[in-house]
Write a protein of this length. Structure first.
Length: 217
């Protein structure tokens, strides 16, 4: 099974799905709004959250470990949805890529990854029923070829354990073995407890061992 054992990832913010204090609850509201391409009332104005998050990315990554993720103008690849995309349906990661490009991140957006068939949604599945990296890998296909593949960044809205992320990067690595391949998420999930702050840019790794993925941090 040609799954990579480790990949690099970066994330702008963090959110707590189970936290109960005001900051954790706010993080969840912002994250859900991003996943739905929604708007929130901030400072008395209705703000498109994807636009705001990408704006904060420019402010937050300067001098951070994540700055290098965008330094070489990578090709942005939207992370696939859990099921094949239907015409007219919401495709949040594509919208995130488009906004990243509009604000000067990356060189282009290319829909390289697609689902051949649906897998269980990790966000709504019970822990024991969440798709594994292999499940994701088997359901993914590379859609078309690039003219240039020097640097590719898989862009997601939320990175949880990283199973889908490592499967996506593994599929692309097969097609573009010479490319520099990494992943980026607007959010990373903090599975338990509260968070100290919402914006916490980080660069880390997703590791696959014995069929299970571990994300650090």
């Amino acid at each position: 099974m040609p799954l990579l054992s480790e990949i690099e990832f970066g994330a702008l913010a963090q959110y707590s799905p189970r936290g109960t204090d005001s900051r954790s609850v706010t993080s969840k509201s912002i994250c859900l709004a991003a996943k739905r391409d929604g708007f929130l009332l901030l400072g008395g104005q209705s703000v498109r959250i994807i636009d705001r998050l990408v704006s904060r990315l420019r402010e937050k990554i300067a001098g951070s470990d994540m700055e290098d993720f965008f330094a070489d103008g990578p090709m942005l690849v939207p992370a696939p949805r859990s099921s094949p995309v239907k015409a007219g349906s919401l495709y949040p990661t594509k919208l995130i890529c488009e906004e990243l490009l509009r604000q000067g991140f990356g060189s282009d957006c290319c829909l390289l990854l697609r689902r051949a068939y649906a897998v269980e949604k990790a966000a709504t599945a019970a822990p024991g029923d969440r798709p594994t990296a292999k499940d994701h890998y088997d359901s993914l296909r590379v859609e078309k070829e690039l003219l240039s593949s020097g640097s590719i960044l898989v862009v997601d809205d939320v990175i949880t354990t990283g199973s889908m992320t490592i499967a996506s990067v593994s599929r692309l690595k097969e097609a573009y073995p010479r490319a520099r391949l990494r992943a980026f998420g607007l959010f990373r999930t903090i599975s338990s407890g509260e968070i100290d702050r919402i914006y916490e840019p980080c660069a880390g790794t997703i590791t696959l061992r014995h069929g299970r993925c571990t994300r650090t941090p």
